[in-house]
Design a protein around this ligand. Structure first.
Ligand code: NCD
Length: 373
């Protein structure tokens, strides 16, 4: 198995730091990177809608001098005939050098990575993770603060299904002095496994609240999110919750003068357009930073060192170096004929050929290696 990225924490803190340095160098001197991936191909396999993530991956590869093959509509691919994620990954490995995949089911990225012979980047797997959005977020925070330490981050909205929240929480929990304020309705709280594995295990001070107004004055970063309509089983519940938080100019008066407002986009109604004119709004910068970080990540996974741009054989080492990411669960995976993943939103529920595998969590319970539930 080649080095792939399922979640941010599949890279060590030091490797994330290198990605940030590479991105900053790309910003300073894009010409240096213009031919770095000449002769290389990226496949973007998108089984779910996307604007930013797919287009910024493609722009990233073009700006590195590489080429792109794109699958933008699963309905026109063999997925519509019933081809599995595993088979697709094996096939596409024969055509390109690296894959970016988005899929509506949690764990689909790990299935692809386990079956591809080339690096796979998770571009979003259901409500699970979205590491490259997090890399964009981290560069945005880094360009603002110069480091990642000592920040109070408020996550607001759909914290249950918001994969960008899950990945950014896991990433920020590794920096010193991080504090979380989790702002959501009761029904959309952060999944329990994240609280246990990310927040409690790192001893991060964390409050779970329902009022945005109460939380706002404490925050250095406000991370707004869309209520994830497509992940709800009950449309009535979505209708009830969809406008639960709306950030507007009036509420922004409660925020610190240097509190930045982030959002992975797309927004629906949760940030009023008037906030775009507030100097603290950063959501459009995030989209540009996403392109630079995807460039840096492609370079890393294809084995290019960032200073000389020569290929560094050490970086293509297929060993899974970072403990704590979803890949470490893969390394620990166990099977037991009697154990089945019960999460209907997991890739295991969608594709019958997948062998259910679990790892043992700190509390002794068995969790699916794919969806971590
Ligand atoms: C996010 C996603 O797809 O999870 N969008 C993105 O990639 N920037 C957020 C969302 O869809 O709400």
């Amino acid at each position: 198995m080649k080095r792939s990225v399922i979640d941010t924490v599949d890279l060590s803190v030091e490797e994330v730091r290198q990605l940030l340095d590479t991105a900053m160098d790309i910003i300073a001197d894009p010409a240096k990177y213009a031919h770095a991936c000449a002769g290389k191909k990226l496949a973007t396999l998108f089984f779910e809608p996307s604007t930013r993530t797919r287009m910024s991956f493609e722009a990233a590869m073009y700006e590195l001098g590489g080429n792109v093959i794109s699958m933008t509509d699963a309905g026109t691919s063999s997925a519509a005939k019933g081809e599995t994620v595993a088979d697709t990954a094996k096939v596409v490995s024969n055509y390109v050098d690296i894959i970016a995949q988005r899929h509506p089911k949690a764990g689909a990225a790990l299935v692809a990575a386990a079956n591809a012979s080339i690096p796979v980047i998770n571009a979003g797997d259901g409500g699970h993770c979205h590491p490259t959005q997090t890399f964009a977020d981290l560069l945005t925070i880094y360009r603002e603060h110069g480091n990642m330490n000592g920040l109070t981050i408020g996550f607001c909205g759909d914290l249950l299904y918001g994969r960008t929240v899950h990945s950014l929480m896991a990433a920020m929990a590794r920096y010193e002095g991080t504090r979380f304020v989790l702002i959501s309705p009761e029904e959309l709280r952060v999944p329990r496994h994240l609280i246990e594995d990310v927040v409690e295990s790192a001893g991060i001070p964390c409050e779970e609240v329902t009022s945005l107004e109460e939380a706002l004055p404490k925050l250095d970063v406000l991370y707004m999110t869309r209520i994830q309509k497509e992940r709800f089983d009950d449309p009535a519940q979505y209708e009830r919750l969809k406008n639960v938080y709306v950030l507007d100019a009036e509420k922004m008066k409660l925020a610190k003068p240097d509190c930045i407002v982030m959002h992975p986009l797309p927004r629906v109604d949760e940030i009023a357009v008037e906030v775009d004119d507030d100097p603290r709004a950063r959501y459009f910068e995030q989209t540009l930073n996403g392109k630079y970080m995807r460039m840096a990540l492609i370079l890393k996974l294809l084995g290019y060192g960032n200073s000389s741009l020569s290929r560094d054989p050490a970086q293509t080492d297929p060993s899974l170096t970072c403990a704590g990411g979803p890949f470490s669960f893969w390394a620990e995976a166990q099977e037991d004929a009697a154990w089945r993943c019960a999460n209907p939103k997991c890739i295991c529920a969608a594709e019958r050929s997948i062998r259910h595998k679990y790892y043992t969590a700190k509390d002794g319970s068995r969790r699916c290696v794919y969806c971590e539930q």
